[in-house]
Write a new protein. Structure first.
Length: 117
């Protein structure tokens, strides 16, 4: 939990961003898409939009990611709920949700690493 990233990055953004990595069957990145941009405390994440993009790009799996401008890498209850909801949608559409990564300053939290996905 809260491990350091090896590469030095710019300071955290003042706004929250949610992005997805679209992957093929070989887990190669097809595309990175920013799906939403919000304020300091949150952003709207629409599973319909995520899977519309996945299907249009023939993605077989995805990795979710967003930043926490606060610097806290711990997932909120809302983060946990939307992750579960997106994972359930992925099961129905046969698009695997491999991870959800939260980035804050020079640290990150991985739902996969913590056994939460």
């Amino acid at each position: 939990m809260g491990r350091r990233r090896p590469a030095k990055r710019k300071a955290a953004s003042e706004r929250r961003f949610e992005s997805i990595l679209l992957l093929n069957r070989a887990n190669r990145i097809l595309k990175k898409v920013r799906i939403s941009e919000g304020g300091i405390s949150g952003t709207v994440v629409d599973p319909k939009k995520i899977f519309q993009i996945c299907l249009a790009n023939h993605a077989t799996s995805i990795i979710l990611g967003h930043n926490h401008p606060s610097g806290n890498t711990q997932p909120s209850k809302a983060d946990e709920q939307i992750t579960r909801k997106i994972k359930e949608c992925g099961v129905l559409l046969d698009v695997a949700v491999l991870d959800h990564i939260i980035v804050a300053d020079d640290r990150f939290f991985s739902f996969s690493d913590e056994g939460l996905i």
